[in-house]
Design a protein around this ligand. Structure first.
Ligand code: HEC
Ligand code: HEC
Ligand code: HEC
Ligand code: HEC
Ligand code: HEC
Length: 215
């Protein structure tokens, strides 16, 4: 009987099995990380050209979100404030602060400040601010207690599961339209979930269809 396999083949088989085990292990690690804060960017604080504090400007001074994010109720984008908006106050306040040097420079050079994006969905996802704001979803539901953030961070995971958790049952997260920018809002005796759905004419069946967010 001729020898079917040479001796060394055994070594190859073992090496092959070891490689398979390694691949399985790595896939497991990848699955665990997918959806973990490390992977979703949740809570990370990217560096900004100016350390702008929402805590001071919103929590302390009480400036409304829409003073700076002017297009949030009429466009898919919330928009970022231009340098003039900062200068309304900072041409008189803290005029020599080093911290504000990039703001003065931006004004002098007529170049916008280059803020680093904190939230950034993949390109294959469609998102729209206006559709949420005008249907009574508060900034707080998706961005958290911005009035307590010395530096901006992504408060929520922004995964598909997270979007769907609300799209399946939005009723309990809705509020009156004039309260969408309020922080620390707690539902008054006011309306029931059903009344809100009727008020905003929301049909939940459409909200979980793939083409709502992938078009
Ligand atoms: C005085 C102007 C001002 C006000 C008022 C303001 N913001 Fe901002 N906001 C900024 C600036 C400037 C940035 C960019 C720098 C940063 O990310 O910290 C920003 C960034 C953000 C971002 C992150 C954008 C990204 O890159 O993903 C969110 C979310 C946000 N603001 C929400 C709010 C909410 C909610 C309110 C009201 C509760 C608010 N802001 C009020 C000026 C303002
Ligand atoms: C309505 C007036 C107003 C506007 C608009 C405004 N600020 Fe301020 N800002 C202030 C005041 C007042 C302080 C001092 C806050 C304090 O000391 O508590 C301040 C403080 C700051 C500071 C110092 C650090 C801190 O947070 O205390 C920075 C940096 C700053 N602002 C950046 C900006 C930028 C960038 C913009 C535009 C996106 C802006 N501000 C728009 C009023 C304003
Ligand atoms: C239903 C969830 C949701 C609500 C409500 C919401 N946002 Fe956002 N916001 C997001 C998501 C998701 C992004 C990232 C969008 C992207 O990457 O395309 C974002 C991005 C932003 C940005 C970055 C610029 C932009 O338009 O992409 C700002 C500023 C912002 N939001 C401010 C606000 C303010 C102010 C409010 C309330 C008036 C608000 N958001 C309400 C989910 C929300
Ligand atoms: C806290 C609740 C909530 C969260 C979180 C939320 N949404 Fe929504 N979304 C709504 C409501 C309410 C509507 C309005 C539905 C309507 O008008 O029928 C809506 C509408 C939309 C629409 C417009 C649908 C249309 O009819 O054109 C899109 C697109 C959308 N959401 C995408 C997203 C994405 C992507 C995410 C996650 C990044 C998300 N939403 C997270 C509550 C939410
Ligand atoms: C309410 C919004 C929303 C709806 C509805 C939705 N998606 Fe998504 N989807 C997202 C968001 C946000 C992401 C990106 C974040 C993530 O990967 O979780 C995503 C990511 C994905 C991805 C990439 C996943 C990955 O791990 O890279 C696939 C595939 C996908 N969606 C398929 C679907 C299918 C199929 C449906 C219909 C059954 C659907 N989506 C419905 C919001 C939505």
């Amino acid at each position: 009987m001729p020898q079917l396999f040479r001796r060394r083949t055994n070594g190859y088989v073992q090496l092959f099995l070891a490689l398979v085990a390694l691949v399985v292990l790595l896939a497991g690690v990848a699955l665990t990380l997918n959806g973990s804060p490390y992977n979703t960017g949740q809570n990370a604080i990217p560096e900004q050209p100016v350390p702008f504090s929402h805590q001071h400007h919103v929590g302390g001074l009480g400036i409304d979100c829409q003073y700076c994010h002017t297009s949030v109720d009429r466009s898919s984008f919330a928009g970022l404030p231009d340098t003039q908006t900062c200068m309304t106050c900072h041409s008189q306040l803290w005029t020599n602060a080093d911290m504000l040097a990039p703001v003065r420079q931006s004004l002098a050079r007529e170049e916008p400040i280059e803020w680093t994006r904190v939230h950034d969905l993949p390109d294959y996802v469609y998102f729209n601010h206006q559709m949420h704001i005008n249907n009574g979803v508060g900034c707080e539901s998706c961005h958290g207690r911005v009035d307590r953030m010395p530096l901006m961070r992504q408060d929520k995971p922004l995964t598909m599961k997270w979007c769907l958790d609300c799209h399946r049952d939005p009723g309990p997260r809705l509020r009156p339209r004039d309260k969408v920018t309020a922080m620390g809002y707690s539902p008054e005796s006011g309306r029931s979930d059903e009344e809100y759905l009727k008020l905003y004419d929301i049909h939940t069946d459409r909200m979980t269809e793939c083409t709502t967010c992938h078009r």
